[in-house]
Design a protein around this ligand. Structure first.
Ligand code: UGA
Length: 429
């Protein structure tokens, strides 16, 4: 099939590339010409395992193209995907301006029947607005559908090629048929819904996963008080199929470009309908507090942080990505600086992104893990990179000035600490 994908962020780029790998002719569009130039040179603007190779493979056989020419891309396509960003407005609502712009431009570009599919995460009812917007611009027939995306950063290619399910929300028989045909090579588990339910499935799924994380983090906090081990508790709970073992890893809370944004947006969506989503509000609050447990633990060990050197390992919101959006590291480092600490930070790949987005005077960014840890009063591990797991606690102890290790992601087991004199603090153990 011939596809156009508007927006080359995580969702648009990975989806476009994977669709081309299935044999479809794909044109990816973005307004940012520097991004398109990069992609045309074979460079990838985001770090995502496996993506660069897949881009090269499909570009080389001529199935994958990158352009700033939205009109041309839409006109050659049978199906047009909208995959532009829906960032948060200051009050938490989703900012739909990119969506509206894309719909208007698609409308102006129509030259025959197309199926217009929204992949961006949008509040319930947005696809109907997209439909109106396009119809105002064009007399050509078209159908709309909502096909939300569930890929995770760091495993985006794998998640796209092997999804748990595909949700197709549409009231059009023709769109349903074509979209099932397009997605069939990915999975047999295709769920067809109405448009509004598809939009809601995306928010409900992210909100539920965020709830699981905040739930296990609160259980972790209680485990610390009663002397239980949250990792054993989570394992035991997860053996119940009704609960499931994923997203029960306690830590310093969720970050990234999705859970924080989508939980806030769903609270707003409910609020606009006069519904107070109390549970989700608490999930957000618990998540915010969880980050500060790192500071509380440091203060309990070091008394005060003024003049202390604190090493931070991990700036990315999770491993295998250079994405720092809403990473716990942002608030934790700011709080350390506010309290007068000197911060030495290291991340295997996210440092450039971090320094580009945040101006944190007083942070020394290091090129190596041991540089950050050497002579520090304490080390905080904020992201569970494999590189960190491969460094033994005994080695860490030899680098630090004072033997204090805060493991915010529970990367070490008790056995690995044997033989060290480290004051070791993890989460819920
Ligand atoms: C999330 C969802 O998992 C995807 O299904 C969804 O498509 C995506 O948002 C989106 O809406 O675009 P992502 O944000 O890439 O994906 O990353 P996750 O792997 O879900 O992790 C999110 C955060 O939760 C990370 O900060 C991670 O450290 C944290 N987390 C995750 C935990 O603290 N504990 C866990 O058990 C799992």
């Amino acid at each position: 099939m011939k596809l156009a994908v508007i927006g080359t962020g995580y969702v648009g780029l990975v989806s476009g590339v994977c669709f081309s790998d299935l044999g479809n002719e794909v044109v990816c569009v973005d307004k940012m010409s520097n991004k398109i130039e990069m992609l045309n040179r074979g460079e990838v603007p985001i770090y995502e395992p496996g993506l660069k190779e897949l881009i090269k493979k499909n570009k080389d056989v001529g199935r994958l193209h990158f352009t700033t020419d939205l009109l041309g891309a839409v006109q050659q396509a049978d199906i047009v995907f909208i995959a532009v960003g829906t960032p948060s407005l200051p009050d938490g609502q989703a900012d739909l301006s990119y969506i509206e712009q894309a719909a208007e431009e698609i409308g102006k570009s129509l030259n025959g029947f197309k199926i217009i599919v929204t992949k961006s995460t949008v509040p319930v009812g947005t696809n109907e607005k997209i439909q109106e917007k396009i119809a105002m611009q064009s007399l050509f027939p078209f159908e709309i559908a909502s096909v939300p995306e569930f890929l995770r950063e760091g495993t985006a290619v794998q998640d796209t090629l092997l999804p748990d399910r595909i949700i197709i929300g549409t009231s059009s028989e023709m769109a349903r048929k074509r979209l099932i045909e397009l997605h069939k090579p990915l999975t047999d588990n295709i769920v067809v819904t109405d448009v509004r339910s598809a939009e809601m499935i995306k928010y409900a799924s992210n909100a539920f996963l965020a709830t699981k994380i905040s739930f296990i983090n609160e259980i972790a906090n209680i485990c610390e008080k009663v002397g239980a081990d949250v990792d054993q508790v989570a394992f035991g709970m997860g053996q119940d199929k009704r609960i499931g073992s994923s997203f029960l890893k306690a830590g310093i809370g969720y970050g990234g470009s999705c859970f924080p944004k989508d939980t806030q947006a769903l609270i707003q969506i409910a609020g606009q309908m006069d519904y107070d989503f109390k549970l989700l509000k608490s999930v957000v609050e618990v998540n915010r507090d969880q980050r500060f447990n790192v500071i509380k633990k440091l203060e309990s060990i070091l008394n005060h942080l003024q003049g202390k050197t604190i090493a931070v390992w991990g700036l990315a919101f999770k491993p295998e990505t250079d994405d720092v959006r809403d990473a716990p590291a942002i608030e934790i480092i700011s709080s350390l600086l506010e309290r007068g600490a000197k911060v030495k930070a290291y991340d295997p790949i996210a440092t450039d992104n971090f320094t580009r987005h945040f101006n944190m005077d007083g942070v020394e960014y290091c090129d190596k893990a041991h540089e950050a840890a050497s002579d520090a009063d304490a080390l905080c591990i904020l992201t569970e990179w494999k590189e960190f797991k491969d460094i033994s606690p005994a080695i860490i102890e030899s680098w630090l000035k004072r033997p204090n290790l805060i493991d915010g992601r529970n990367i070490y087991s008790e056995a690995e600490l044997a033989g060290t004199e480290l004051n070791y603090y993890s989460v819920g153990r």
